[in-house]
Design a protein around this ligand. Structure first.
Ligand code: BES
Ligand code: MN
Ligand code: ZN
Length: 503
């Protein structure tokens, strides 16, 4: 979707529909309706508004003699949040999509008094618009299906008075919102790509191509490099697949030369069959989404580089396909990770933590300011937290708190689970330094975190389990079915906040 911001005022805009947000509070509601009638030079009758009161979730479609208007309710002003604004915009947009409208004009909520500030409001609206407009249509072959889903252009505008005072902030908000929204949709596209198209080698090509349009770089470690470096876990997990593993390193240098980088790591299992510990057939197709952690890394690079954040960022992506084969890794095997620690394989389906072990120990080479890994790591996190929030764990409370703040700001949220010492013995092995899994029904998400902790270096670290949030089996507002892009908005916001802290 093309998003633009109209500086020269409302009169220049011609659209198929005009979208407005409304508060439920009587006076504000009436003022808004008056305002809409004035700028559109049209009349909205009482009957038009019979059922629409501006309550949260309500939407109304109005035909006047001049144009189509779509209203979306935000509820009472005192309860309004940026998330209600994002959802509100996405709901009116869905309405517009269902009408096969191609060009919409969206008025930025005319309210300077919200504590988040007008720029954040504009950003939230742009994000709600872009995320709500997403549909993975690549593999439809009929024009009908391809076209069904999306709006081509959204023009944002603001009330005259608001424009006079805040034009730059508004424009900045819309711009950053479209960058972040598009970066999230990019991660969704990668996630939704099937595993016969996206496997380690081709995944690298896709990311390399994309990086050519941006100001960040990619470096691909191939099978030989991985062997030479001693990334035994990546090697061993990949053994059963026809596809070789890859390890991608991404770099963005927006900060001073030599300034410590932030490191983000993403699980890149392009298909997780479980390996020899084969998964049951039901739902296995979803396991093409087991690279959503790495897709989030790719999305974060898109966002951070386009926003031009003044910081250095390194992305690490171990890529493998986890398959059963005569040559596969087997339960009982012992393997050696990059840092020299030995791992007894209890279950070949606990492959994510294995490849992350290599990536986490490799991350120490970059002398990082902080390391954040994202992974669709455990089914247990879905039992614990559903698809509402990701789980976060780590060794540094300050980092976790910062992620919680960024999560609450974006609603790409995290909830902390403990890494208490007592859990550690559950992953002890009789014959190696540590074992992967095998803790029965106990604390599956935490023991995965404990496992990762054994491989970190001397740096602040947080692990985010996005198994519940990155892939969905149903849609909700601006969250689609399948890949959601979870982690992109969260970590981008964390990095935005870090930049403001240090500048
Ligand atoms: N990719 C899965 C986790 C997963 C499961 C993500 C369901 C999304 C939906 C991961 O590799 C896995 O298989 N984990 C196992 C670990 C167990 C064998 C210790 C799990 O959660 O069952
Ligand atoms: Mn698995
Ligand atoms: Zn997996």
């Amino acid at each position: 979707m093309k998003i633009t911001f109209e500086r020269s005022g409302f009169d220049k805009i011609k659209a198929d529909a005009y979208l407005f947000l409304c508060y439920e509070d009587k006076k504000l509601f009436d003022d808004q309706i008056k305002h809409i009638q004035k700028i559109l030079k049209t009349k909205i009758t009482e009957l038009n508004l019979e059922d629409f009161k501006g309550k949260t979730g309500q939407a109304a479609l109005i035909y006047t003699n001049k144009c189509r208007i779509i209203l979306s309710g935000l509820g009472k002003k005192e309860n309004v949040t940026l998330e209600k604004i994002r959802v509100g915009v996405s709901r009116i947009l869905k309405k517009a999509i269902s009408l096969k409208i191609k060009k919409v004009a969206v008025e930025i909520l005319n309210d300077e008094s919200l504590k988040e500030g007008i720029s954040e409001v504009a950003r939230a609206e742009a994000i709600g618009c872009i995320l709500g407009n997403y549909h993975f249509t690549k593999y439809y072959t009929t024009k009908d299906k391809k076209d069904q889903s999306s709006i081509r252009q959204a023009v944002f505008f603001a009330d005259k008075q608001l424009m006079e005072k805040h034009a730059r902030e508004l424009e900045k908000g819309v711009r950053s919102g479209s960058i972040i929204g598009n970066a999230t949709n990019y991660a969704r596209d990668l996630g939704n790509e099937p595993s016969n198209v996206l496997y380690p080698e081709s995944y690298c090509n896709i990311l390399v191509e994309k990086s050519k349009e941006g100001n960040y770089t990619t470096e691909v470690l191939d099978l030989e490099d991985i062997k030479k470096l001693g990334m035994g876990a990546v090697l061993e997990v990949a053994k059963g697949s026809e596809h070789e593993p890859r390890f991608m390193i991404m770099r963005y240098n927006g900060g001073e030369e030599g300034e410590k980088p932030y490191v983000v790591i993403g699980k890149g299992v392009t298909f997780d069959s479980g390996g020899i510990s084969l998964k049951p057939p039901a739902g296995m197709a979803m396991m093409k989404l087991d690279m959503c952690g790495s897709a989030a890394v790719a999305g974060i690079f898109e966002a951070v580089s386009k926003l031009g954040l003044k910081l250095n960022l390194v992305g690490l992506i171990p890529m493998v396909e986890n398959m059963p084969d005569g040559n596969s890794l087997k339960p009982g095997d012992v393997i050696t990770a990059y840092n020299g620690k030995t791992i007894e394989i209890d279950n070949t389906d606990a492959e994510g933590r294995l490849i992350l072990a290599d990536a986490l120990s490799y991350a120490a080479e970059f002398n990082p300011k902080s390391v954040i890994d994202m992974a669709t790591l455990t089914g247990a996190v879905i039992v614990a937290l559903g698809n509402v929030t990701s789980a976060v764990m780590g060794n540094n409370q300050e980092l976790i708190d910062k992620l919680s703040v960024a999560g609450n700001e974006t609603y790409d949220r995290v909830w902390q689970l403990p890494l208490f010492e007592e859990y550690d013995k559950l992953i002890d092995s009789d014959i190696a330094d540590v074992k992967n899994g095998g803790t029965g029904r106990q604390a599956g998400t935490i023991t995965a975190g404990m496992f990762l902790q054994r491989f970190i270096g001397d740096y602040p670290w947080a692990h985010i389990d996005i198994a519940g949030t990155a892939m969905r089996d149903s849609k909700q507002d601006f969250l689609p079915k399948y890949a959601t892009g979870a982690g992109v908005r969260l970590v981008t916001q964390y990095l935005i906040n870090e930049e403001t802290l240090t500048s």
